[in-house]
Design a binder for this molecule. Structure first.
Ligand code: MG
Length: 194
């Protein structure tokens, strides 16, 4: 079986070096899901028989600190009229359940390929459609003419960041540490650094 290998350069840049524009100029925030918005890798917690988060029983995934900070972050981005996208290969229903239950009750699942008004309706938080590929949202953003420098992509996996930047050069990105918690403080630290 052929497997795609993507080499990671030895001198991978530090993530904070790549946040170059201001918060005001950044209009679209794209987040990976597993271990970017969550502490556990939820996709790996699920097996093929149990694709619903409820089926895991006692939630091993639930981390109150992570969810509380994420809730504040999402509400802040929403209030500041930012577009939030979740780009993931995890199941749509798992992401939907997790975010609605733990983070943001107004979360909406939309097919951004057929419902183009998503971009202009800031009341909705969107998730990419798994079957369409994790990075198809970048293609749509390109079609909409969204400048690369107004997009911030956040992922815990540098290989994924490389793919995103190959698809959309000059996109801003943040390579998150696995134990780092996304929060308002985090947002402040990346946009208000010296
Ligand atoms: Mg991840």
């Amino acid at each position: 079986m052929n497997r795609l290998h993507i080499a990671i350069p030895k001198n991978t840049p530090t993530n904070k070096d790549k946040i170059i524009s201001s918060f005001k100029d950044t209009s679209v925030f794209i987040f990976d899901f597993d271990q970017t918005l969550t502490k556990d890798h939820i996709y790996h917690l699920l097996d093929s028989e149990k694709t619903q988060l409820e089926d895991l029983g006692a939630p091993p995934y639930k981390d109150k600190e992570v969810c509380k900070n994420l809730k504040e972050l999402f509400e802040y981005l929403y209030k500041n009229n930012k577009t939030i996208l979740i780009a993931s290969r995890n199941f749509n229903d798992v992401i939907y359940y997790y975010i609605r239950q733990n983070v943001y009750p107004h979360f909406s699942l939309m097919n951004i390929f057929t419902d183009r008004h998503w971009f202009f309706n800031k009341e909705i938080i969107k998730v990419d459609i798994k079957n369409e590929g994790k990075f198809k949202c970048l293609k749509i953003l390109k079609e909409l003419g969204v400048p690369a420098k107004s997009i911030l992509y956040v992922d815990d996996n540098y290989q994924e960041i490389r793919i995103a930047r190959e698809l959309y050069s000059d996109i801003q990105y943040y390579w998150k540490d696995s134990d780092e918690i996304l929060s308002l403080e985090w947002l402040n630290s990346i946009f208000n650094k010296e």
